[in-house]
Design a protein around this ligand. Structure first.
Ligand code: ATP
Ligand code: MG
Length: 230
């Protein structure tokens, strides 16, 4: 139940592919991440950053090697369990059709007060207070009645509630608004201090205070180290 408690991620000789008929998009990649470490992932478009994140959730096929989280091979962990114990803020999040409450607390674990607190930290209160249904206001299929930035803030609120040891972020590209990006960065710096964080960064500025920067190219690591040494 407590897994993962330390947030240690060990990736060994990992290969990933989208389909068994397709080439690997991550090729024999190894990376060790300590509990609480902040890791920024950089690299050109198509280098495999998002694919690597998908691999952590087993959303694409592990064709070689393994990923261990707190010493457990994620291939041995039931999918529901794996996915509910990691938090993610995707580049362009998709919300579930349902309610605001269902989107931040899908299995109804938290009190209204706790949910409002998370929404407050994520700066969503003014938006939700404006809706007649409050926490039970409708969310359309995919979250289409909210902006991309707001959808990211929903994921942030969900991550705050879930309080999992590992947070994965795929930073918004320049096209998405900077205000949301700043909110996410500030909240993450304040509220996820002891968590392991993996951020796919499109702007160097957002990962300058990270412990480690990893540069991907063609599905493998070409450089890794503290930002001061790269
Ligand atoms: P970006 O900075 O543009 O987001 P990225 O580093 O996240 O790029 P990926 O999306 O991981 O790159 O892509 C890595 C490789 O995987 C690319 O060659 C891409 O064409 C391929 N790829 C991505 N998504 C799919 C998919 N759904 N099916 C098949 N191949 C895919
Ligand atoms: Mg990507």
């Amino acid at each position: 139940k407590d897994w993962p408690s330390d947030g240690v991620v060990n990736i060994e000789n990992l290969s990933l592919r989208y389909d068994e008929n397709l080439d690997n998009v991550i090729n024999n990649l190894s990376l060790s991440i300590k509990g609480g470490e902040k890791v920024g992932i950089c690299g050109r478009t198509g280098s495999g950053k998002s694919s690597l994140m998908l691999g952590l959730f087993r959303l694409i096929d592990i064709s070689g090697g393994n990923i261990k989280i707190d010493k457990k091979d994620i291939s041995d962990i039931p999918l529901r369990n794996l996915r509910s114990h990691l938090s993610i803020i995707p580049q362009d999040p998709v919300l579930f059709a349902g309610t605001v409450r269902f989107n931040v607390d899908p299995v109804e674990l938290y009190s209204d007060e706790t949910i409002w607190k998370a929404l407050d930290i994520a700066q969503l209160v003014p938006i939700i207070k404006n809706k007649a249904g409050l926490l039970d206001s409708p969310v359309a299929e995919g979250g289409e009645n909210f902006s991309a930035g707001q959808r990211q803030l929903f994921c942030l609120a969900r991550a705050l509630l879930r309080n999992s040891k590992i947070l994965i972020m795929d930073e918004a590209t320049a096209s998405v608004d900077m205000t949301t990006d700043k909110i996410v960065q500030r909240v993450v710096n304040q509220h996820f201090k002891d968590k392991t964080i993996l951020t796919i960064a499109h702007r160097v500025s957002s990962i300058l205070n990270y412990d480690t920067i990893v540069v991907l190219q063609n599905g493998n690591i070409v450089e890794a180290g503290p930002p001061s040494e790269l």
